[in-house]
Design a protein around this ligand. Sequence first.
Ligand code: NAD
Ligand code: UFG
Length: 336
Amino acid sequence: MNILLTGGLGFIGSHTATVLAAEGHEVVIIDNLCNSQRQTLDSLESITGKELPFYEGDVRDAPLLKEILQKHHIECVIHFAGLKSVAESGTDPLKYFDNNVGGSIVLIEAMQATNVKKLIFSSSATVYGEPQYLPYDEDHPLAPMNVYGRTKLQVEEILQDLSKSDLDWSIVCLRYFNPIGAHESGLIGELPQGIPNNLMPYICQVVSGKLPHLNVFGDDYDTKDGTGERDYIHVMDLADGHAAALEFVDKHKGWEAVNLGTGIAYSVYDLVSAFEKSSNQTIPKVVKERRIGDLPIYYAKADKALVMLGWKAKRDLQSMCDSSWKYQEQLLKLAK
Ligand code: NAD
Ligand code: UFG
């Protein structure tokens, strides 16, 4: 299929591009590089052995989107492009609604105008909010606790309404849990700008000597070791999940939301231990106050993905840490 990846040079988009290209799909990328680098395109081309058409542009640019959709005979769009900092979404909500919701509306209108009606949307487990029960299944009430999560839920709702109004649409919203890890080549991975907000990229910077220690946000939760527990999922498993969703949207119409997680929760200390094993280094840590807005524990019920998409996560926590470490080592070599 001819597939447009919006935000395709970002963390999840770039890894998905490798899987789709390996499966023989024609991958076209649009990214405004607000949270990614052009060099990722070179890495993608060396991994895939293919030249991937790339547009440096914004999903809010309707004429550009229409031009790309038509020129490349796009059949399906995977919409990764979005801003993802929970903290920044609280301090600059309009930026988030404009980019994540406004950007999605412009994209959907461009797709409608060019008769491209297959869409996979990057949603998030954050749409569920405070757990009423665990694991979260797709029927769990939706009550995001931050602006970022509300932008994701709004787009999901817009897409659901759209699919009811026009039965030709085929839409899957993938609710990602906590993606970490990197491509097995070590050529691409997660490269946040500035000081990372999230656990794995923060650990990577501690191990690389850029930050002195890990701040552990709370060790007094009602969890197995007192630290927060999350459903970490290898980004290559997530990428495979997109390939499975692509097959699904090609054959079915309507709207679906599907969790992409492993169904297993690991603590901050589990991740630290696994990363220490991968890197053969000790990670200094300092216990701090709980981070505002953090939940103690959540994880996915991943049954729908297996039944509907035939997809299941295969890689374990050690392989997530090993691949992240391999990517870090590559970055350290390049910096020398
Ligand atoms: P990322 O920031 O690495 O990738 C997003 C890409 O989109 C970046 O390359 C950025 O430059 C681009 N972009 C942003 N706004 C754009 C715009 N208006 N026009 C064109 N390009 C734009 O993030 P990621 O981790 O790869 O996440 C991809 C998607 O998955 C996002 O929508 C994110 O909200 C969602 N998601 C991520 C996580 C996570 O923990 N990483 C979890 C759940 C959901
Ligand atoms: N944590 C630390 N120290 C850090 C960073 C995180 O102890 O420096 C802890 C947190 O308190 C939490 C766990 O590590 O217990 C995971 O935190 P992350 O920031 O890595 O991930 P979150 O679960 O908070 O949120 C992430 C994304 C959201 C997304 C959500 C669900 O940041 O955008 O997963 O997909 F919505």
